[in-house]
Design a protein. Structure first.
Length: 254
C-alpha cells in the first residue's frame, strides 16, 4: 500500500479498503499482511502525537476485521506508544480476532532515524496462525540472518516481513528476501510499501517466496495485492533433499 505521511486516519481508511478488497477475492485468503509503519509512515518527529498507545487501536481494528471477514491479519507494524518509549511493533490476529503475536523490531535503522526516536524490541515472537508457525522480522531485520535462523530453529515455517525499504536498494531487498527463504528452507512473505514520504521513495516489490527460493508472487511499484498458496510439504521436501539444518556445525558457532 501507499502510506500517507503522518495521516493516521487516511492510512486506516486505505488499509481497511485493501483488506476488504483482498478478502473478497474469489480464492479467499487465509492470511493478509500489511507493510511496516503503515499507520504513520516515517513521521518519526511526531510519533508522540501520532503513536498508538499499547497498540490498542490496531488490535481492536484488525481484530474486528478478522472476525467479520474470517481471515487472519498480520497488521504490518505500527508506532506503539508505551511507558518505556515508542516501538516499531507488529501485531498478528487470528480469525477470532485474538492477538497471537506482538513483535517489536529488534534492529533499529539509524539511516532513517529510528535509533533516535524508537525503542528496540527485546524478544523473538512466534505465532500459530493458519495451520503453521510464523515469525516476524521487520524491514532492517532482514539484514541479520541470525534472527531468521533463530526463528527457524524455534519452529518457524513462515517469516513475515513488513517493510518500508526505500529506493535505490531493490537489488538488496530481492536478494535478502530470497536468501532468508533458501538458507532456512521456509516461506517468506515480505510486504514493502510503495509511494513517497519524508523525502524517501519506496519501490514496493512485495514478495512471497518458497523454501527453494522460488518467487511465488511479486508486486511492482504500484499499490496492489499479491497472493500465493503455500504448500507446506515444500518445507519437508527442501530439508530432506538438502539437510542444511541437520548439517549445521553447532560445535563451531553459537
Amino acid at each position: 500500500m501507499d502510506i500517507a505521511f503522518g495521516n493516521v486516519e487516511e492510512n486506516y481508511r486505505n488499509g481497511e479498503r485493501l483488506i476488504r478488497k483482498a478478502a473478497a477475492a474469489p480464492e479467499k485468503p487465509g492470511l493478509l499482511v500489511l507493510p511496516e509503519l503503515w499507520d504513520t509512515a516515517y513521521d518519526l518527529e511526531r510519533l508522540e502525537e501520532l503513536g498508538d498507545w499499547q497498540g490498542e487501536r490496531v488490535q481492536a481494528w484488525a481484530g474486528a476485521l478478522a472476525r467479520e471477514l474470517n481471515v487472519s491479519i498480520a497488521a504490518g507494524s505500527i508506532a506503539e506508544k508505551r511507558e518505556d518509549g515508542i516501538r516499531n511493533a507488529g501485531f498478528v490476529v487470528d480469525r477470532t480476532g485474538s492477538v497471537v503475536s506482538r513483535y517489536a523490531k529488534l534492529h533499529l535503522f539509524g539511516l532513517m532515524g529510528e535509533d533516535r526516536h524508537l525503542t528496540a524490541g527485546e524478544s523473538l515472537e512466534l505465532a500459530k496462525i493458519e495451520g503453521l508457525t510464523a515469525g516476524m522480522m521487520i524491514c532492517y531485520d532482514l539484514r541479520f540472518p541470525e534472527l531468521a535462523r533463530a526463528l527457524t530453529l524455534e519452529g518457524a515455517e513462515l517469516l513475515i516481513a513488513p517493510a518500508q525499504w526505500p529506493k535505490p536498494r531493490l537489488h538488496h531487498w530481492r536478494i535478502l528476501v530470497i536468501a532468508r527463504a533458501i538458507e532456512n528452507q521456509v516461506f517468506v512473505a515480505a510486504c514493502n510499501r510503495v509511494g513517497t514520504g519524508g523525502g524517501q521513495e519506496f519501490f514496493g516489490h512485495s514478495m512471497i517466496v518458497d523454501p527453494w527460493g522460488e518467487v511465488l508472487a511479486e508486486g511492482d511499484e504500484e499499490e496492489s495485492i499479491i497472493a500465493a498458496s503455500l504448500d507446506l510439504g515444500r518445507i519437508a521436501e527442501a530439508r530432506e533433499r538438502i539437510p542444511v539444518l541437520r548439517d549445521r556445525r553447532k560445535d563451531m558457532y553459537n
